[in-house]
Design a protein around this ligand. Structure first.
Ligand SMILES: Cc1cc2nc3c(=O)[nH]c(=O)nc-3n(C[C@H](O)[C@H](O)[C@H](O)COP(=O)(O)O)c2cc1C
Length: 319
């Protein structure tokens, strides 16, 4: 993605600019509901090129205040037969100041960049925000990496509430919280719903539902990681419906987890999400995927006789 110019070719057919894909998210306007998920470009090196593939918005990071080596290798594996990945990267990165140097170069796309930030104490996150807030359109706060143990402190409702309030005193940019997935075990689900309710009470503008799913693996050095890709898509839909039941439209929901086609994007939008982010499907299907999804969504909308993203409803029409 670092090679310049090549990616301009993708601009020709990615349908970014087609009015029917226009998406309103936390008061901002984005030219497609399809976004790049966090983790693909941790140091914000190539967001100016990745966006040309057809993304309405791109999420840089997750960045942390200081540089980090991440976990020992092997820390990423593909499970090809399932079109899935397990990763336990543990936030390797050069630190926020390095990312900010890159972001300064991308000011023409500033209003389409979301920056994912994280840390294990409030002050780290707030300093990241102060250093980068002039160069991005919104912040995504990652409290949900399964590979970074310290992050769990913010999975306590009162700590999360305090964090959001502190962050809001330091920026007027929209705040999105990226939640961990939950399962049907009663306690886990109850805890997560409580976290989401706390976020809504503190008036966050957005929520990402959700992150990778914890999974053990002998092929990963630390013995476990986060599972992503097509197999987690049914859980994404289930969680979206549960969140939508308590959200009342207060915060904009971004779906993330296993989206790999225009049909999938339609389904998450029909469940009440305002946008969807992808990572693993891009790895498997390559750089033409965002164009394919945008064009496919336009085709589905035409068949359904609608021309606005927020009119998407029910099952995708059969082609
Ligand atoms: C290799 C890899 C690295 C990731 N790094 C991050 C990260 O730094 N921050 C984050 O919030 N999510 C990270 N994620 C999670 C993705 O953003 C996304 O939530 C997850 O992969 C589910 O979406 P997908 O099935 O489309 O990949 C990472 C995922 C992968 C596969």
């Amino acid at each position: 993605m670092r090679v310049p110019y090549v990616w301009n070719l993708f601009n020709i057919n990615n349908s970014v600019g087609n009015k029917s894909l226009e998406t309103k998210l936390f008061g901002n306007s984005y030219p497609s509901p399809l976004g790049l998920a966090a983790g693909f470009d941790k140091d914000c090196n190539t967001l100016n090129n990745v966006i040309k593939l057809g993304f309405g918005f791109v999420t840089g990071g997750t960045v942390t205040l200081t540089s980090r080596p991440g976990n020992p290798k092997p820390r990423v594996i593909r499970i090809t037969k399932d079109k899935a990945i397990i990763n336990a990267l543990g936030f390797p990165g050069k630190g926020v100041e390095y990312s900010v140097k890159n972001l300064k170069k991308f000011q023409s796309i500033k209003r389409r960049i979301i920056l994912s930030v994280s840390g294990t104490i409030e002050d780290e996150i707030i300093e990241c925000i102060q250093l980068s807030k002039s160069f991005i359109s919104a912040f995504e706060i990652n409290i949900s990496s399964p590979n970074t143990s310290g992050l769990k402190v913010f999975q306590n409702p009162s700590r999360l509430g305090e964090l959001i309030e502190a962050v809001k005193k330091n920026t007027d940019k929209p705040i999105i919280i990226k939640f961990p997935p939950w399962n049907n075990s009663f306690d886990n689900k109850k805890e997560m719903i409580k976290l989401i309710e706390t976020s809504l009470m503190t008036n966050v503008e957005g929520m990402v539902i959700s992150n990778t799913h914890p999974k053990e693996s002998k092929s990963i050095k630390i013995g476990r990681g986060g599972y992503s890709g097509e197999p987690i898509f049914p859980d994404t839909l289930k969680m979206l419906r549960e969140v939508q039941a308590i959200n009342n439209g207060c915060a904009d929901i971004i779906a993330c987890g296993g989206i790999s086609s225009a049909n999938d994007l339609w389904k998450v939008l029909a469940c009440g999400a305002k946008a969807g982010q992808i990572y693993t499907s891009l790895v498997y299907q390559g750089p033409s995927l965002p164009s394919k999804i945008n064009n496919g969504l336009i085709k589905l909308m035409k068949i359904a006789g609608i021309n606005k993203i927020n009119e998407i409803n029910g099952e995708p029409p059969k082609i």
